[in-house]
Design a protein around this ligand. Structure first.
Ligand code: ANZ
Ligand code: ZN
Length: 826
């Protein structure tokens, strides 16, 4: 062939790989060590785009590298197929979600094959298949048995016009994102997973991920979980039997509490207000309506004026018996801590703002000083609460203690008196998994009037979604499944009487919380996955995906792994050893989108430049974590480089298998140095630098071929070009395979094996040392100019040729003249 023709070589090699399946993992009898490399699985909405192309190019470098290093590499793919895109297509165009999903998967799959992703095609799965979501249901039942799945009423964001539940992200400044209607709250009984039980382990086990996951992701997870240490304090409420507990990070300021605040939208506020006089009740009801239409972000904002209603009730401070007025306010949140606080306005800014707004007393109990030892201005006059350290005052037995000592002392005292004590609180909330949607996993629960909530027995799983025809899927605030009356009506597994199926479906994040385990045994019918396979492959060595999943998906997957560990189903407690968040693909500095008119279509790029050039461009553009601006990179330049590399393979004239050690040492040095560096660079995720080094090698080889002193028949040139083919197989697999064939090898280059590096050739500045035995030259060694006598002697005596010529004779003396001569006297 005369020139590098990307489309011709794509057509040539794709069928060969299809037949030879170089990426099939876990074949029986395979004794290679294992590695699991995972790309986040895509939503099947439309065809692959440039973002996928980047992510899969990067994941492929890693998977193909470990394959070359002799590992049995599991690199699977599937589809995160439940969710809104299919449901919306069904609502807008009447498309059958099953059919719509199937078509999109087919299209994406075809594109992935063309793109030469090194996936194991015998392990594909889609989460909308009953064979998959059956195991969501099965796992849900196991969690429920452990008390980790439960149902409770909760407030949801509700658009009265669209008649639908809205996620927090769909509420924009208190209004429905779609229609602008004021959002209200509505109570729905919903399923939750008790992830809060795992808060501490989710935090502590992050130690294992330190330095292996991006720091940014770890700190986002840490903040999301939000560990806070402090104390619980019990307050008696006048006219109420049960005391109320508050959470505080500053129990040392207990003597400075001057009022008490309950979250306006808590059950406690409602209960306390109910027993107040008529005008208070009315004021509270009005206030509550206002609070319900306020978002959490607004409530937490510090510059908003404080609002609230005095409930005409009092709490009693347990340490000094003072009566504290109880207010309902929105700056206290109902689901953090205990939804009620002791207010210490002198030392908490929010409490001070509130006290100033309503004329409540302020009492300083910590004497905080500035750097000159002067007391800070009085909080009432300055409007600034003093939060620093200092000596306690007006605090009875705590007087004179510093903040930390006082916290310890009072916490111990409260615990001793049975009035509270030290505790830890988390920002993390339980995971609400109910969705009033059609296109998701049905809950395997039946509601029976006689027996209540009854789990569907395992042997009756899966509970399969009904067909969509005739179903109205538009959101109405109850699940569209409720309209499938024949499906809903069932018999109670417990009493055999008439009963109703649960009509909610699971959050799709449930599907993606354990899919990496299903890939291990995707066709298994007895269990979600095989324990022996999990032992063989888990944890995932390298996970690759977008930073958009930095919090929820990764947290949920970590949570599931811990639960499965506790169920005895997997050994590791963390699913993903290493994480790479690839950057985004931009165009002219901004994200690509149809509306901006800057959309670059992957298919067109592949048609124009070929698959390999697009992949190479993605990998070469910069560090994998950085964004790629498609306007700044050159796929045409990548194509020119690939043509040059490919040409080298056509030029080599020595026969396959020729001994390279008889060739040019200079050429060999460059080859071995680049191969050694590339391994380190790929393992350090510096793929772009590895490509740059490969380019350097190609240039050096071109020079050598054109140099009459070396030439295309030099076996060192063949060695170098073969190394180029293997290096390129990580990035440009079609070109690499074609080079491999031109060099006289059978496919597949993906399994050629990483070139062995001769360390002696890595030495930057070397001389040739001669080793003599009985006065005769037995070996020549490439050694550093500054080699020490000891090192040179050791190297000489380790040489096979030298040892052979010494044989059984006794070494009497070794004369070493570094760096050039060793004389062995026997
Ligand atoms: C008294 C106090 C005195 C407080 C003081 C602070 C300083 P983090 O660090 O975020 O955990 N708090 C407790 N529950 C709350 C809720 N449901 N909504 C709003 N605020 C709540 O904050 C804990 C502190 O936030 C607690 O300590 C409590 O105010 C308040 F000088 O108690 B503190
Ligand atoms: Zn029953």
């Amino acid at each position: 062939p005369e020139r590098w023709d990307p489309h011709a070589i794509e057509r040539r090699w794709l069928p060969v790989w299809d037949e030879q399946k170089p990426f099939a993992a876990g074949r029986p009898g395979d004794t290679r060590p294992t590695k699991y490399v995972l790309d986040m699985f895509p939503y099947p909405s439309g065809d692959l785009h440039m973002g996928h192309a980047e992510a899969y190019a990067l994941g492929d470098v890693i998977a193909r590298y470990w394959l070359q290093r002799g590992y049995d590499v599991l690199h699977p793919i599937g589809w995160d197929a439940f969710g809104l895109p299919a449901e919306n297509a069904a609502i807008q165009r009447g498309a059958d979600p099953v059919e719509w999903t199937r078509r999109n998967i087919e299209q994406q799959k075809a594109s992935m094959r063309r793109y030469a992703c090194s996936f194991d095609w015998d392990r594909v799965l889609a989460t909308n298949e009953p064979e998959y979501y059956r195991w969501n249901q099965w796992l849900f039942l196991r969690l429920r048995e452990k008390g980790l799945a439960y149902r409770r009423p909760s407030q949801v964001n509700w658009c009265p016009k669209d008649q639908t539940v809205l996620a927090n992200e769909q509420v924009v400044q208190g209004r429905c994102e779609r229609c602008g209607t004021q959002v209200t709250k509505k109570k729905l009984t919903q399923w939750y997973l008790r992830i809060t039980d795992y808060a501490e382990r989710l935090l502590d086990d992050m130690a294992q991920l330190q330095g292996r996951w991006p720091d940014k992701v770890l700190s986002m997870q840490r903040n999301w979980i939000g560990r806070s240490t402090g104390a619980d304090v019990q307050f008696v409420i006048e006219g109420r039997d049960e005391p109320v507990t508050v959470y505080t990070t500053r129990p040392d300021t207990l003597y400075g509490a001057t009022f008490f605040v309950v979250a306006a939208d808590s059950d406690l506020a409602e209960e306390l207000a109910a027993e107040a006089d008529e005008s208070t009740r009315r004021a509270f009801a009005d206030y509550l309506a206002q609070v319900r239409s306020t978002t959490e972000i607004e409530r937490l904002s510090s510059d908003r004026p404080k609002t609230g209603v005095f409930l005409q009730r009092h709490a009693v401070n347990p340490v000094n018996g003072e009566r504290l007025p109880i207010w309902a306010a929105d700056y206290v949140l109902p689901d953090y801590g205990h939804g009620a606080i002791m207010a210490v306005p002198a030392h908490d800014q929010r409490d001070l703002d509130f006290a100033r707004a309503f004329g409540l007393p302020v009492r300083v109990v910590v004497d905080v000083r500035d750097e000159h030892g002067e007391p800070l201005p009085d909080p009432v006059e300055s409007g600034v609460a003093t939060v620093g350290d200092g000596a306690l005052v007006h605090s009875g037995p705590l007087d004179g203690l510093r903040k930390a000592e006082a916290i310890t002392r009072i916490s111990e005292q409260l615990a001793a008196d049975g009035l509270g004590g030290p505790t830890t609180t988390y920002r993390l909330r339980d995971w609400l998994i109910s969705r009033q949607r059609f296109w998701g996993t049905p809950f395997p629960i039946v509601h029976c009037e006689r027996c209540g909530e009854v789990p569907v027995p395992d042997e009756q799983l899966p509970v399969v979604l009904p067909p969509t025809d005739g179903l109205d899927l538009t959101p109405k605030g109850r699940s569209p499944l409720a309209a499938a009356t024949d499906w809903v009506r069932t018999t109670c597994p417990s009493c055999g009487g008439e009963a109703q199926r649960d009509t909610d479906t699971m959050d799709t994040f449930v599907d993606s919380s354990w899919y990496f385990l299903r890939f291990l045994s995707p066709h298994l019918t007895e269990a979600p996955f095989d324990r022996a396979e999990a032992d063989r492959w888990m944890p995932v060595e390298q996970y690759v995906g977008g930073v958009t999943h930095a919090i929820l998906h990764l947290l949920y997957a970590r949570f599931f792994t811990k639960v499965l560990h506790d169920l005895g189903m997997v050994e590791p407690v963390e699913p993903f050893t290493r994480l790479l968040n690839q950057g985004m693909v931009l165009m002219d500095g901004s994200a690509m989108s149809k509306s901006r008119g800057n959309l670059v279509r992957l298919g067109e790029q592949l048609d124009e430049h070929g698959v390999d050039a697009v992949r190479l461009t993605m990998v070469f553009a910069g560090p994998p974590e950085d964004d790629v601006d498609w306007a700044d990179v050159s796929a045409a330049g990548s194509a020119r480089f690939l043509a040059r590399a490919w040409r080298l393979a056509q030029d080599v004239t020595s026969a396959p298998g020729t001994d390279p050690t008889t060739g040019s040492v200079d050429v060999r040095r460059v080859t071995h140095r680049v191969v050694a560096d590339a391994a380190e660079l790929v393992e350090g995720l510096k793929f772009n630098v590895a490509v740059a080094r490969t380019m350097e090698l190609v240039n050096a080889l071109r020079k050598a071929v054109d140099d009459p002193g070396v030439g295309p028949e030099d076996p060192a040139v063949r060695e170098g070009v073969e190394a180029v083919a293997v290096l390129l197989s990580l990035v440009a697999p079609y070109t690499a395979e074609d080079m491999w064939a031109a060099l006289g090898h059978e496919p597949c280059v993906a399994l050629a094996g990483w070139p062995a590096v001769d360390d002696a050739l890595l030495v930057e500045d070397t001389v040739t040392a001669v080793v003599q035995v009985r006065g005769k030259v037995r070996d020549r060694l490439e050694v550093p100019k500054d080699i020490t006598a000891d090192a040179l002697e050791a190297l000489a005596l380790a040489s096979d040729k030298v040892r052979a010529s010494i044989g059984d004779a006794e070494v009497r003396k070794v004369v070493v003249r570094p760096p050039a001569l060793v004389n062995v006297v026997v």
